[in-house]
Each structure stands twice: as C-alpha cells, then as structure tokens.
Design a protein. Sequence first.
Length: 255
Amino acid sequence: MIITDTHTHLYSEAFDSDRNEMIQRAIDEGVTRFFIPAIDSQYTNAMLQLEQEYPQNVFLMMGLHPTSVKENYESELAHVEEMLAKRSFYAIGEIGIDLYWDKSTLDIQKKAFRHQIQLAKAYNLPIVIHCREAFEEIFEVLESEKSDDLFGIFHCFTGTMEDAQRAIGYNMKLGIGGVVTFKNGKIDQFLNQIDLKHIVLETDSPYLAPKPYRGKRNESAYIVQVLEKLSELYGLSKEKIGEITTQNSKDIFKV
C-alpha cells in the first residue's frame, strides 16, 4: 500500500533529535511520498537538505506562509521568486491567510496570497492553502483569481460542508488530517458526502496529531490513523482509500 502525506514539516525543529528514525517509521507504514511545504527563507536550506537525503521520497514546495508575512514580506517574496527561477518545485505553498495570530497584517497577507497565486499560474503549479479563521477572506481572493489554471489543495480543511463545496468549486482538493479523528472536529459528520476524488491525506506534522496521539508531537506515520478513520467513514478498505488519495495527489502535484 502506497500512502502519500501531502503536507508534513519534516524539517521542523521538533524532529531534530530523531528525524531519520521518524521518517523510517512512516516508510515502514507505507508512507513513501512526503510533500514538504515552505514557511519562509530561514527553512529553505533545511528543506533542500531533506530532499538531498531522501530524493525518492521528498517533494518540495516553495512559498511564504501567512504567519511569516511581516514588514519584510516583499524581500521574502523575492526569495520565493528567486528559488522558483532557480529550480523546480511541486507546488506554491503553504500560502493563504491566518487571522488567528495577527489580524493587523490582513492587507499584506492578501497581497502576498494573491501574488503567490499569480506565481503559481505563471509556473503552472498548484497552490496549497493555509486558512485559519479566514474562510471568507480566502474565498474573496480565490474568487478574484478564479480561472482554469487555478488549482491545488485546501490544506488542513476544517470548514463546513458549504465551505468544502466552495473550495472544490475553485478546483481545490481537501487536505484531511488529524482533525477528522477529533470528537469536536465536526468534519467527520459530513465528509463521506464528498466524493473521495476531492480528498488527499496529510498530517501537518509535527502539528495536529490524530487520536490517540492528540496533544503530542505528530509524525507522518500517524497518517495511518487518518486513513483508518476515512476507511470507517466511507466504508472502504484502507488500501482503497490509500490508492485513491495517492492518485489524487499525483493528479495535483504531477508526480
């Protein structure tokens, strides 16, 4: 069984003490494809190092995370453009809007989000969206950029059925992770009404560990708990869920 983790921060400092062992645990569980989102320029070298060490397993994105959109965001976007011009990446991400930590940067977050969507179109790449307490703001930007060449993943989807349908309407797959296993996560109440062709699996490790690891450090091997929950919700085998969601990731990332 091949399982794809479409969103994992393997370079995180949380893994500094056992990174190789943690990656091997995931590979042992059948997780052999890891898509790595960018945050900002300070993590670029660590991402490139990961790719060098795991060239068959690690696939890199490039982008500026919304919580890193600060006074220097223009120089950070210049770094994104420089990296895109220098070599290939599989997506522009993670990008978007986050109003949980700082509402005062909304205007520049929107500018950075829109600019990076336009970069994705120029390079014919998918976008990977980070949305926290900002569904309306995200949809407003997506509506203004809506086109046939806009596509990607709505990472860590935690919205309503209506939000899901709107996201799918903008050519987005829904990134489903540990939240689907939470009692108060709510998406488990309607997810099986959404065709599996719109779903990809992710962990967002080291964040958002699924039950029974909730509150602890997440890792890519724990995507198996997400897989098991989707198997239960859809009434399909874990192998079938893994096969369909991996194919969906191939359709998005073209690899």
